[in-house]
Design a binder for this molecule. Structure first.
Ligand SMILES: *Cc1c(COP(=O)(O)O)cnc(C)c1O
Ligand SMILES: [Zn+2]
Length: 377
């Protein structure tokens, strides 16, 4: 393993470098053997044996051409991650991290999250027969926590600084024998590479839009394309676009100000809670990747996010606000005509039902049904 910031190398799969940054597995550049599920087709690219007995069928999600591209003059494809076992891309990373935890003999795993990652870790822990310790913030809603506790996880509300919890959990986890697979855990990042692999099997995109919070997803997709390139399987790396909510955009702010490091985003406020991390643990690495790969960082307002969520639903895709940010960003970017664009629909709208402004429902007497059906409202 190697630190992407300072370059220090490690032989054990630790989680953070001495310099404080995340460490990651070195770039794979061998000759790959390719077969069945994405874990088998890209077998050589994983630093841990994927344990298919722990699989819930994550990955191999649909990539679908969208009508919305027409008005924007681009060829738009949606990578529908809501089709994963717990309805978000987090399952890809959880599966690989769980494969590692089981392999080295952990009896308990954990994570720090309130939403998608919590449900994902709880589900895969149940599948693997391990205990799950899920640490959530004091403000986490009961509705979301039910979707976690159903899997039998031990859900713990932690009062105090939520930002510190990430580091605190890694330390205590090591002491207590609990493997914490947080947002940018190195195996998690490896699992997210599978999104790039699946996209590349179907087409060669010019742009990929990535909703970005901790930076784990962005790093995974970037690393996936870098490895395909290094292995000679693709001859071009797409332009990667990190998308953040205006009300919580520490990475985009540092990027536009030309800074090398992110700073904490004070008083974050957005409807897109799944990407509301004011101090992303992989923020500095994402900044570095954006610069090295010629990427872009775009922010979108809550209004634009809700509009994009509605537009996607009008085509049959029900995503959560965080997952609509890519489409919201598309309008603000100057993407050349006919470019092939992939937007990652990161998670399902069913997770955030209470945020939907309900469409009006009509009432109709059975006797008047014919009239009701003939009119549209
Ligand atoms: C976790 C998550 C993201 C952001 O991923 P990071 O790895 O934290 O950058 C985006 N959208 C949804 C729905 C998520 O659950
Ligand atoms: Zn380092």
């Amino acid at each position: 393993m190697k630190c992407p910031m300072c370059g220090k190398e490690y032989t054990e799969p630790i989680q953070r470098c001495e310099c404080g940054e995340p460490v990651e597995f070195e770039l794979f550049h061998g000759e790959p053997y390719i077969a069945k599920s994405v874990w088998e087709r890209f077998y050589d690219f994983w630093p841990v044996e994927p344990n298919l007995e722990l699989s819930l069928g994550e990955g191999d999600t649909p990539l679908i051409r969208s009508r919305l591209g027409k008005e924007l003059g681009v060829k738009l494809y949606l990578k529908n991650e809501t089709a994963n076992p717990t309805w978000s891309f987090k399952d890809r990373g959880t599966f690989l991290a769980m494969s590692y935890a089981v392999k080295v003999g952990y009896k308990a795993v954990g994570t720090v999250s309130t939403g998608n990652m919590a449900a994902s870790v709880a589900a895969y822990a149940a599948r693997a027969g391990l205990k799950a310790k899920i640490l959530v913030s004091g403000s986490a809603s009961d509705e979301k926590l039910k979707a976690v506790s159903i899997y039998g996880a031990d859900v713990i509300r932690v009062m105090g600084d939520y930002g510190r919890l990430y580091f605190e959990s890694l330390e205590l986890g090591e002491e207590l024998g609990i493997y914490f697979m947080n947002s940018d855990n190195p195996f998690r990042v490896e699992g997210y590479k599978s999104i790039a692999f699946e996209i590349a099997e179907e087409l060669t995109p010019d742009y990929v839009l990535i909703p970005t919070s901790s930076g784990g997803l962005f790093r995974g997709i970037a690393k996936g394309f870098l490895e395909l390139f290094a292995s000679g399987l693709i001859d071009k790396i797409p332009t990667l676009i990190a998308v953040q909510a205006e009300g919580c955009s520490p990475i985009c702010r540092a990027f536009s100000e030309g800074k090398g490091r992110i700073e904490r985003f004070e008083t974050p406020r957005t409807i897109a809670h799944a990407i509301e991390n004011p101090y992303p643990p992989s923020g500095n690495v994402v900044l570095k990747l954006l610069r090295e790969l010629g990427g872009k960082c775009v922010t979108v307002s809550d209004e634009e996010i809700l509009e994009a969520q509605k537009r996607l639903a009008e085509e049959g895709f029900f995503v959560q606000p965080s997952s609509a940010t890519g489409i919201a960003a598309l309008k603000k970017l100057n993407i050349p005509e006919e470019a092939k664009v992939v937007s990652i629909l990161t998670g399902s709208g069913l997770k955030t039902i209470s945020q939907i402004e309900g469409r009006s429902v009509r009432e109709c007497e059975l006797e008047k049904l014919e009239g009701c059906l003939k009119s549209d409202s």
